[in-house]
Design a protein around this ligand. Structure first.
Ligand code: GTR
Length: 437
């Protein structure tokens, strides 16, 4: 008899907890089901933070003020509020693993080179896959991270198969490891032959060599290897994976500067999607990159966050909590309070060549926001004495699909098709690079 009321009480309590939990998950900010906005008329009101005014309100009117005052303060804001702070550069060592004299239809020499670096807590080894045009002395190069292992960019079975952690992909990768069937699956994104035909080298690295792409509280990959060096960085400013991948790109450039077949002073950093966010951050941080290419980088890349079209800061931080630093969480559903927006990231690349590419079928990445950010960045390019987009003003309207604007130092196109990297994209980059690299 006496157990009956307490059982009822327990059931009641459980129901109450259940209802409360349900109410919380349905209404807590950032937890409610995300519905992306694609309607221009529903964009929240916003004002972009200025490029050419300092944080204290002072107009920036000379190249000197830009270099000594505005650029450092913007770089610091992106470091502390968005991507996180990386430790200082550490020394690298390298080792040639193998060479093929007959790659890319006989047009290229292909090498695999291991570059190792680390700190007191451990080390990272990333394998560079390098195609250089035959008979060239020192080639300018495109450097970019790849998503599925170096073996995925070229079906040639003599390329080493990555044994690192890899995201599962239906029909391609299982149990987080690549197998023989994934050889060449991403070849359409990496047209090595076309690139060497134009006189450029291609260098690529599996991004998971630097940092495996999952949330482990910043402890594996580069974060673990450089944990001691990063130990005095405040918790909210700790580097996320994008900053880690960008750091790896800079270490790759350290190596390329020593490679006898590459001209290290003429390296373009390239990336698609999350790796496009990465190429932008690498280019903003490391002025040795002579050209920066963002392919469909979207939110946290080239797209203006304040438009909140497609993917938003809140959404990206929820899906990928390890990409950015923890301070970035403050701007979930609160883009206007962020002291920076992504046009200022693009401006950090000035006066070096910058190419931003969007795709019509990639509304999640907000092509218009990517275009607008590029036109805003033009102001910094002009201040630094370049012609920006190439004419007397940045373009007022988005170009038609497949009509690339690439006569200046800033290039932009909207390609027909989905979120991807295609031959069309590469053809534009190559033409742009012929003048700017
Ligand atoms: C998506 C993400 C995008 C983009 C993309 C990718 O899921 O929302 O920001 O980075 O992944 O990298 O493929």
């Amino acid at each position: 008899m006496s157990t009956q009321p307490s059982k009822m009480l327990l059931t009641l309590k459980l129901i109450t907890v259940g209802v409360l939990l349900l109410a919380f998950t349905a209404t807590a900010p950032g937890q409610a089901k995300f519905v992306a906005n694609y309607d221009e008329s529903k964009i929240p009101e916003y004002q972009l933070p200025p490029i050419l005014t300092s944080q204290s309100g002072q107009p920036i009117e000379s190249a000197e003020q830009w270099q000594n005052q505005r650029r450092p303060e913007l770089l610091e804001l992106f470091t502390t509020q968005v991507y996180g702070r990386a430790p200082k550069a550490v020394a690298i060592s390298s080792k040639l693993i193998r060479t093929s004299m007959d790659a890319a239809n006989g047009k290229a020499i292909r090498r695999e080179v291991d570059v190792t670096f680390g700190g007191e807590s451990g080390s990272v080894t990333m394998r560079l896959l390098i195609y250089t045009p035959k008979n060239a002395i020192k080639s300018p190069a495109f450097l970019g991270l790849n998503f599925q292992g170096n073996h995925s960019i070229d079906p040639d079975p003599s390329i080493s198969l990555s044994d690192r952690w890899m995201r599962n992909r239906e029909g391609i990768t299982e149990n987080n490891r690549a197998d023989e069937s994934s050889r060449g699956v991403a070849a359409s994104r990496w047209p090595a032959e076309l690139i060497v035909d134009h006189g450029f080298a291609l260098v690529t690295i599996y991004y998971g060599d630097i940092d495996p792409d999952f949330d482990d509280q910043f402890s594996n990959g580069i974060h673990g290897a450089l944990a001691t060096e990063a130990s005095d960085i405040p918790a909210d400013e700790k580097w996320g994976s994008i900053a880690g991948w960008a750091y790896g790109l800079s270490r790759a450039l350290d190596y390329l500067e020593t490679d006898s077949m590459i001209d290290g002073s003429r390296v373009a950093v390239f990336g698609h999607s999350r790796l496009g966010k990465t190429s932008l951050w690498a280019g903003a941080n490391d002025p040795r990159f002579k050209m920066v290419i963002s392919n469909n980088s979207g939110c946290g890349g080239a797209a203006l966050s304040r438009r909140a079209i497609g993917e938003t800061i809140g959404r990206i931080n929820t899906s990928f909590p390890h990409w950015f630093c923890d301070n970035y969480l403050k701007y979930n559903e609160n883009e206007n309070s962020c002291p920076v927006d992504q046009h200022q990231l693009l401006a950090l690349i000035a006066p070096r060549a910058l190419y931003v590419a969007s795709a019509t079928g990639d509304q999640w990445a907000d092509p218009k926001g990517e275009f607008l950010a590029s036109t805003e960045a033009d102001a910094a390019y002009r201040l630094l004495g370049t012609q920006g987009f190439g004419s007397s003003h940045p373009p007022a309207n988005m170009p038609e699909a497949d009509q690339a604007i690439r006569s200046g130092v800033i290039g932009y196109h909207l390609r027909t098709g989905k979120h991807d990297v295609t031959t069309y994209d590469w053809e534009q980059y190559l033409e742009f690079a012929k003048r700017n690299l």
